[in-house]
Design a protein around this ligand. Structure first.
Ligand SMILES: [Zn+2]
Length: 397
């Protein structure tokens, strides 16, 4: 295993809790004039460049800023088909409803394994170029036992963070008998899907699954060794967030419509509030209030929700910029939420931070500070990306 010294980093975000505490630099654990030693696929050392140990090779960052690779803890990448016209229509005045998912379900069922895999690979490359080194992705566009298990098998070839979302919407095949669909999702489909997934998710929303159905689905998943996460309180107030806290879900995702009791539940549980501003952007909806959650003491993650219907972006920098501009987050908070926050939403401590022993996922920005991610929205600032110690080149390279 060879070592690489990345040195002359102008400003390094470590997200190291110990460093944050000892230096008083806030949760980002910033180090100025920094260096990082990568050993194989792990971080071996971080600190001031002047104190760095020697290594087999040296990479000169030339004063650029570095951050941990983004952790995108919520995406829907196993799909086929195109919904450009739906977006176009919506932006021309038609309301969004969960029913649009059916279009993607039909196209996904009709697609070959090769076509689905090619799509996943394409969006992963796109995300990597923008600094995403870990992503979670879900099934949910098959809605049959065969198609859900197929989606998870394909996803599992690309990430360990695979989520069974048979309960995305009630399958159109069961439109007249949703209870029978819940039985399928908690029975035969779960049996086929559980071996390929780490997580189970449900879209708890009017028009999808109510609180009792969501509880039954997540409880069945837990019994099969899957851990819950929930699409909660996206389009309206509802029971999703409370259910997430009750079931110790790793994450309640969206959290756009929250009561004070919902905010309290998030602040007083291990459940992370994952905010997905691409969805509000792409549906012209009201923004989630990150400030309210942070002030209450909740842990907040930012993620893309990349999917062809309601948020067709793979860009974590874009989400950071939206969160700062429209959701009351400071640039420091948004960068933390897009890295360490995503890791917390996946209950991981080996990613989302640049600390000895963590995975060697590092992003160099073509900028002197991480603040530029919000200060220069839409600009391809990701310059170099190390994923598991392997360097690739971002947009700016
Ligand atoms: Zn989603």
């Amino acid at each position: 295993m060879s070592t690489t010294l990345v040195t002359n980093i102008g400003s390094l975000v470590t997200n190291d809790p110990a460093r944050a505490e000892s230096t008083g630099t806030g949760p980002l654990g910033l180090v100025q004039d920094a260096a990082v030693v990568i050993d194989g696929d792990r971080i071996a050392w971080t600190g001031r460049a002047a104190d760095a140990p020697s290594a087999d090779s040296v990479y000169d960052a030339r004063g650029r800023a570095a951050i941990p690779g983004f952790v995108d803890s919520h995406s829907h990448l196993v799909f086929a088909g195109d919904r450009t016209q739906e977006f176009n229509a919506r932006m021309s005045g038609r309301a969004y409803s969960a029913g649009g998912i059916r279009t993607t379900v039909a196209a996904t069922r009709a697609a070959t394994d090769e076509a689905l895999e090619a799509n996943v690979t394409r969006y992963l490359r796109e995300a990597l170029r923008q600094g995403t080194t870990t992503f979670e992705t879900k099934s949910g566009y098959g809605l049959t036992t065969h198609d859900e298990a197929r989606a998870l098998r394909i996803a599992a070839r690309h990430t360990d963070e695979v989520t069974y979302l048979g309960a995305h919407i009630v399958s159109p095949d069961y439109a007249d008998d949703p209870a029978a669909y819940v039985e399928l999702v908690t029975g035969e489909m779960l049996d086929a899907c559980a071996p390929h997934a780490r997580w189970i998710d449900v879209f708890c929303e009017k028009g999808a699954f109510d609180g009792d159905q969501a509880r039954a689905i997540l409880t069945a998943g837990k019994a099969k060794g899957l851990h819950p996460r929930i699409h909660a309180n996206q389009l309206s107030h509802g029971p999703g967030v409370q259910l997430a806290a009750e079931l110790d879900a790793a994450s309640a995702d969206h959290c756009t419509h929250l009561t004070d009791a919902d905010v309290d539940a998030l602040a007083n549980s291990r459940t992370v509030a994952t905010l997905l501003p691409g969805a509000e952007f792409s549906t012209r909806a009201a923004w989630p209030d990150a400030r309210r959650l942070l002030d209450a003491g909740a842990t907040v993650a930012l993620s893309t929700d990349c999917n062809p219907g309601s948020s067709f972006t793979s860009s974590m920098p874009f989400c950071v910029a939206l969160a700062v501009r429209d959701m009351g987050m400071t640039p420091d908070e948004a960068v933390w939420s897009a890295t360490a926050g995503g890791a917390a939403a996946l209950r991981r401590t080996d990613i989302g931070r640049v600390t000895p022993g963590a995975r060697a996922d590092l992003v160099l920005l073509d900028a002197p500070s991480h603040v530029h991610l919000a200060y220069r929205p839409g600009v391809p600032l990701v310059s170099e990306v190390w994923r598991r110690g392997v360097r690739t080149t971002g947009h700016a390279g």
